[in-house]
Design a protein around this ligand. Structure first.
Ligand SMILES: NC(=O)c1ccc[n+]([C@@H]2O[C@H](COP(=O)([O-])OP(=O)(O)OC[C@H]3O[C@@H](n4cnc5c(N)ncnc54)[C@H](OP(=O)(O)O)[C@@H]3O)[C@@H](O)[C@H]2O)c1
Length: 278
């Protein structure tokens, strides 16, 4: 795969295909296009394209459902639901021994892909999360033994278009990653719901309660991400002894508070991810 390269400007010159332009596939595609990551329009395979995807095709920004005319690709990103993954992969003619497969499907193991495509196939298993839709995702990824350093760098370029990218050394860690960052946005959404609901019970109008809850989580998240200080120091900085924050944290940090609850949450989600492995 000598032609799988990124130029110095970070442009991917490899031939690229995306299968499944749903929520996550579209988020990645939009990231590549807005950041001008790709040297040429990618092939996109999607049986029921959204208006947005059709419009990208009409503008010549993607080659939609043109697999019949395509040669074997350098890179294929597969973003279909796990349940149909095997059937979709078996039908694809654009995947050959030199194609790097990047899967973002939950529960689909590298071994499973090797069984379908051949044990020598370079495979990357990645786990993104929904803030990718606004370019603020985080993706953790793992390679099999056949992925070259160049292919790994190329994957970093592609996934970086929708947020941060981290590499893990063992595939077994992906279950915990799925539990933390894959499922994590839903936990935070629920925390916003609970904060807003408690705010309403404390007498605030519903709209104000929602606004305060969302802005607080957003502001604290951005501050934590941008600050040089770790979260525990940021917390201590806003907690005066005997003050209101201390009174709230006494509950949140109690023996039946958030820490044991979050341990149970991550344990349950990690276990479920293991059960869903193929
Ligand atoms: N969303 C997340 O937060 C998230 C996070 C991490 C990982 N993932 C993984 O990302 C993958 C996609 O999830 P998603 O949320 O983006 O799902 P989604 O919105 O349902 O997208 C899947 C897309 O694949 C299309 N598709 C179905 N059959 C196809 C075929 N034969 N060939 C090509 N495309 C086909 C679907 O089209 P139709 O609508 O016509 O069926 C749909 O547009 C899943 O494997 C999921 O595990 C998602």
């Amino acid at each position: 795969m000598n032609n799988v390269t990124t130029t110095e400007a970070g442009t991917v010159t490899a031939t690229l295909g995306l299968v499944g332009a749903g929520k996550m596939g579209t988020a990645m595609l939009d990231g590549w296009l807005s950041k001008q990551v790709l040297a040429a329009p990618p092939l996109v395979i999607e049986p029921l394209p959204s208006g947005h995807i059709q419009s990208l095709a009409d503008q010549g920004k993607i080659n939609l459902n043109a697999a019949a005319e395509a040669d074997q690709l350098d890179v294929l990103i597969i973003a279909v639901k796990p349940q149909i993954m095997s059937d979709v992969l078996k039908e694809l003619r654009i995947v050959g021994p030199r194609t790097l497969l990047i899967s973002i499907a939950a529960g689909k193991t590298i071994e499973g892909f090797e069984k379908i495509l051949g044990s020598e196939t370079p495979v990357i298993r990645a786990m993104p999360n929904t803030p990718a839709a606004i370019g603020l995702g985080i993706t953790a990824a793992v390679v099999n033994a056949h992925v070259s350093d160049t292919q790994r760098a190329l994957c970093t370029t592609l996934l970086s278009a929708v947020g941060d990218v981290v590499w893990v050394e063992r595939e077994g860690l992906i279950d915990a990653v799925t539990a933390v960052s894959g499922s994590g946005p839903a936990y935070v959404f629920y925390m916003i719901e609970c904060l807003a609901s408690a705010a309403r019970e404390a007498g605030l109008p519903a709209e104000l309660a929602d606004q305060l809850a969302v802005a607080t989580v957003h502001g604290a998240g951005v501050l934590a991400a941008q600050s040089d200080e770790p979260p525990n120091v940021l917390r201590q900085n806003v907690t005066s002894p005997g003050g209101t924050t201390a009174a709230g944290l006494d509950i949140l940090m109690g023996s039946d508070g958030l820490a044991p609850l979050m341990r149970r949450v991550i344990k349950a989600a990690t276990q479920r991810s293991k059960e869903l492995r193929d």
